[in-house]
Design a protein around this ligand. Sequence first.
Ligand SMILES: C[S@@+](CC[C@H](N)C(=O)[O-])C[C@H]1O[C@@H](n2cnc3c(N)ncnc32)[C@H](O)[C@@H]1O
Length: 358
Amino acid sequence: MSPVEEGAAAPRLVVPPTAWPMRWLRLISDGLTYGPPSAVVNFFTSSPRPVDPETVWRTFTRPYPRFLQAVIDHYPPPRRRERLIAQMLAQPHAGGIEYHYDLSNEFYRLFLDKTFMFYSCADFLKADDTLEQAQLNKANHILSLIDPKPGEAILELGCGWGSMLRHIHAHAGDLKSLSGYTLSHEQKRYIEENFGFNVMLEDFVTTDLGEERYDKIYSIGALEHVRPNEIPELAKKVYAALKPGGRAVHHFFSLNGNDPHATSMVTAQLFFPGSILSLHSHHLAAAREAGFTLTHDSEHDYRPTLRAWFDNLVANRERAHQLVGVQQTNKYLAFFATSWAFFNLKEATLHRLVLVKG
Ligand SMILES: C[S@@+](CC[C@H](N)C(=O)[O-])C[C@H]1O[C@@H](n2cnc3c(N)ncnc32)[C@H](O)[C@@H]1O
């Protein structure tokens, strides 16, 4: 596990298995320190026994009385929120990514789609679409936005388990012109062993992307990990790394509204330590200032994907317990349910952007 667990003053990220009444006492103290959603996630996670999935789902996704929702939205107060988030952002990027993604490839395989292993929002276009069909729908839409041509140099920022690189390769690419960045050792190993793309284990925020090197640069579910102060610089780097007329395609979710330290960002630290979302307006301004022209901005619904992952994990719980333990499994069930509520309350929206270098 990553060093982030040892951070002195940072919110506690791993919850030791605890029996009643310690869990209840902790529920209260976490609630006072981090707010109700973080406290409830920790409460479920710390159960020494598998949690009841229906209880977890209902707890996070049901509508709350107005007063309780107001507490969830405003507690901890802004100054404390900022401080808690600042503590988490003091750690290096890579530690937080490893913490989340280097859990176990086999564990992720238990709930992601069987075809691609996409760990990002799918497009459920019909009521009876399976997760596999929905991820194919998404891959086809992003393919049409990237519009890859044979021989083009194409780079993915945050390539996961190589899902989209495979789809591009099947349609247009030659292996050597496709490359990707990840910070997960497990993902890099998986891609190299299975597909042979050029995967770089480097931080795409800090690494040099070069000048006019790529025809297309895209990201799927990776800008969520880029901190607000890094977004403008990254937009400029991507712009510089594209050839004239090149395009960037980004699929990511961003905060609606104007509060960059929303209470949900405190809870998010339990799952993605050291990452914080940006406001959508901030993404658009950074792209514009870098010189890009925005030619496409579509919105997509993350909720059906989260429900599908939740159901798949429930169906494969025994194996999940063997691979990562009861607590991590409890935690992922809470993660999917609380994320569903996050999108349902429209705190964030999933966007796909096409940005063209003029
Ligand atoms: C949510 S996953 C999405 C993976 C893949 N694009 C997909 O759709 O399945 C985020 C990916 O971004 C990578 N990532 C996040 N921040 C990164 C950074 N600063 N440098 C390199 N990779 C990063 C993670 O390692 C992971 O592969």
